[in-house]
Design a protein around this ligand. Structure first.
Ligand SMILES: [Zn+2]
Length: 319
């Protein structure tokens, strides 16, 4: 029990060490991992049909069965752009919500994380949103005098058009994950200012380019329709397709997913490309394990390559 509770208290921000030399580094992009806050969700919901005696060997729940989770975002710097991938949970939530989800954050957590790498929120040129669940889009907005405002006034928002449409008429099962009252007015403002790039591909394509450098995407279904996974510099952001290292095994799928069987199909499809291109996975919700490489055994079961673990030392705790 103690481990989980302690993990929730650590408000840490990580960044890559300056002289990082990823074996996977393929471009001149700079990549920073930002860890603006932690929160907790029900362990049973996070592991779906996996029995508790199995998942609690991997991660210990607290007395209310919640497990500690990260809200890891990525900042990709190209020659002319500061690109943020997902925005965390935000700081606008009422106390009851914060208590229920054990949200451990300060005011403006993402701005603080950016300050640590000498950037301001106004320096962000692009925000890529994987999907519009509150723990991914929450940090796009803050509340000033009871009004919802954007945190990144100069950014272009990259978002899948069909996911945006879906977010406005979800099923009753996933409606609670979309805080439309908070993000919709702000995204509508971005649309009015011509600062939204709607992505329309059903499978894969390019989110943006800066000269020779590009961020590609791949689309998944299962967790939510048209979830967007950015691919950059040999890395792929797994978002809620593989939210934690514990979900690498294909059948370990979240109970939150609207179509869990579809998630397994997309995990397999993604793993095919990941292994073919030797991509490094980045986990959004895993506190200690920010990412890893896939290994497949003779029975076609995927695990994280333990040889990659040493690369965790390349991540520096800066707060
Ligand atoms: Zn989600």
């Amino acid at each position: 029990m103690q481990i989980a509770i302690d993990a929730l208290k650590t408000h840490v921000i990580y960044k890559e060490k300056k002289d990082i030399n990823f074996d996977s580094k393929r471009t001149n992009m700079n990549i920073h991992l930002l860890h603006p806050a932690t929160f907790g969700l029900d362990g049973g919901a996070m592991f779906g049909i996996v029995p508790k005696p199995l998942w609690e060997k991997k991660i210990q729940p607290d007395e209310q069965n919640r497990i500690p989770m990260s809200l890891r975002c990525v900042l990709v710097q190209t020659k002319n752009k500061n690109i943020l991938i997902d925005t965390g949970i935000g700081d606008y939530h009422p106390d009851k919500f914060k208590t229920n989800f054990i949200i451990n954050t300060d005011q403006a957590p993402l701005e603080q994380a950016l300050n640590k790498i000498n950037l301001k929120a106004s320096d962000i040129t692009d925000v890529i949103l994987t999907h519009l669940h509150f723990d991914h889009v929450g940090g796009l907005t803050t509340e000033i005098d009871g009004k919802t405002k954007t945190v990144f006034p100069n950014a272009t928002i990259h978002l899948h058009k069909k996911h945006f449409e879906y977010s406005q008429s979800p099923t009753m099962r996933d409606a609670g994950s979309f805080h439309t009252h908070t993000f919709l007015p702000v995204i509508n403002e971005y649309i009015e200012k011509n600062q939204v790039h709607f992505i329309e591909g059903d499978e894969e394509g390019i989110v943006l380019t800066d000269g020779e450098e590009k961020i590609e995407y791949k689309i998944s279904f299962g967790h939510t329709p048209y979830m967007l996974h950015p691919i950059f510099d040999g890395h792929i952001y797994m978002a809620d397709l593989v939210p934690m290292s514990h979900h690498v095994h294909v059948p370990w799928v979240m109970g939150y997913d609207i179509e869990p069987a579809t998630t397994t199909i997309y995990k397999q499809k993604f793993y095919d490309r990941i292994t073919k291109e030797n991509l490094t996975l980045i986990f959004e919700h895993d506190i200690p394990t920010w990412g890893g490489k896939l290994k497949v055994d003779e029975r076609h079961r995927y695990t994280l390559d333990p040889a990659f673990e040493s690369n965790q030392e390349l991540i520096e705790k800066i707060q």
